[in-house]
Design a protein around this ligand. Structure first.
Ligand code: NAP
Length: 334
């Protein structure tokens, strides 16, 4: 390995309120040395996820992030050298490399990726975003033809795919997103039936108009007030797929959460279920085959938001939490 430096983004201090660039710093170290059984990886694209911020709140489905460590995060990386069984130089992998240019990891922490063009699709539609949309909608939401599906953070990486999959199932699809431009894009470009601009219109009222027959499936990416508004519009035997709660990730604890939850769940006989995409790993191959076919047939439009340069990663995550992105946001490192 040439005497290259490894640029890394470290966490200086965990945020108490809103995340800012001052919580991160760019540091340089030497490229790590692989031990027996490890692969040395060159990071190509880092995935930016709303969950990156949730990991700073404490242990979730993964360990909590701590001050001083390199910021955690998934990425597409290329194997540079390897004694990891099953991996050779040139292989592409998905791994939690963290926000840095090089990483060393053992084979069990690497998922081999196919080589396809554009490579970025491996983080968007064929990555966690596409799989989360697929499993959350079909396995948890279980929409039927003619039903009404509502999805929040609808112009984001997961939400934009959820809406398109629900349209393919023959559902009426309503997206909730921030801003007129995003809402117009959902309807005009992605084929949603209606979109609600939660930043500029009261969601309760807008849902009444957009969902005249009520909501059968709500795919919840945001929690908080929008979840509450949807709960009141749910139909009998409706399903709520709890995917995430981005409205609760960045900043102080919210002043109030959804009201009336227990009563509404009982009287409407609702099913409300959380899930993590890995729960469905045994069905991953079929999901990827379906997604690939639908992208090939033009049934899913893939929207990506690629930002260049490792040094821009903190700013890009802060921007994602503020709703700057449309579709899957990622950082091109190399
Ligand atoms: P994303 O949807 O691409 O981006 C996040 C979006 O959230 C922003 O673009 C913003 O769009 C919206 N947002 C931010 N604050 C909001 C608020 N207070 N109220 C309403 N919307 C808000 O990000 P992502 O990484 O794909 O994550 C989407 C959701 O999926 C997150 O909840 C995440 O935790 C979840 N997720 C879950 C799994 C799983 O396995 N369960 C896997 C992946 C992701 P606007 O302009 O519309 O505000």
């Amino acid at each position: 390995m040439p005497a290259e430096k490894n640029r890394q983004i470290a966490i200086v201090e965990l945020p108490q309120g809103k995340l800012s660039e001052s919580h991160f710093k760019l540091v340089e170290s030497t490229v790590p040395e692989p031990h027996e059984g490890d692969a040395l990886l060159k990071v190509r694209y880092i995935s930016l996820d709303a969950a990156n911020r949730a990991w700073m709140q404490g242990a979730t489905y993964r360990d909590a992030i701590e001050a001083g460590q390199v910021m955690a995060g998934g990425a597409i990386a290329e194997v540079i050298s390897s004694t990891a069984e099953g991996f050779k130089p040139g292989d592409l992998v998905f791994a939690d490399t963290g926000w840095q240019e090089f990483a060393v990891l053992p084979a069990k922490q690497l998922t081999k990726l196919p080589s396809l063009e554009p490579m970025t699709h491996l983080l968007s539609v064929y990555g966690i975003a596409g799989l989360t949309a697929y499993f959350g909608l079909f396995e948890i939401g279980q929409p039927k033809e003619g039903e009404t599906v509502v999805v929040s953070a609808a112009a984001g990486s997961v939400g934009s795919i959820v809406g398109q999959l629900a349209k393919m199932r023959g559902c009426r699809v309503v997206g909730i997103a921030g801003g007129k431009e995003k809402c117009d894009w959902l309807v005009k470009e992605l084929g949603f039936d209606a979109a609600i601009d939660y930043k500029n219109e009261p969601v309760h009222k807008a849902l009444k108009e957009a969902c005249p027959k009520g909501i059968d499936v709500y795919f919840d990416n945001v929690g908080g007030d929008i979840l509450e508004a949807c709960l009141f519009r749910m139909n009998l035997f409706g399903r709520i797929a709890c995917c995430g709660a981005v409205s609760q990730y960045d900043g102080d604890a919210p002043a109030h959460g959804p009201r009336g939850v227990p009563g509404l769940i009982v009287t409407k006989r609702l099913k409300m279920q959380g899930f993590i995409v890995m729960d469905f790993n045994d069905k991953r191959d079929q999901a990827l085959k379906d997604l690939e076919r639908w992208v090939g047939e033009g049934k899913i439009k893939v929207q990506e938001d690629v930002i260049e340069g490792l040094e821009n990663t903190p700013k890009a995550l802060i921007g994602l939490l503020a709703g700057e992105n449309r579709g899957k946001r990622m950082i091109k490192v190399a």
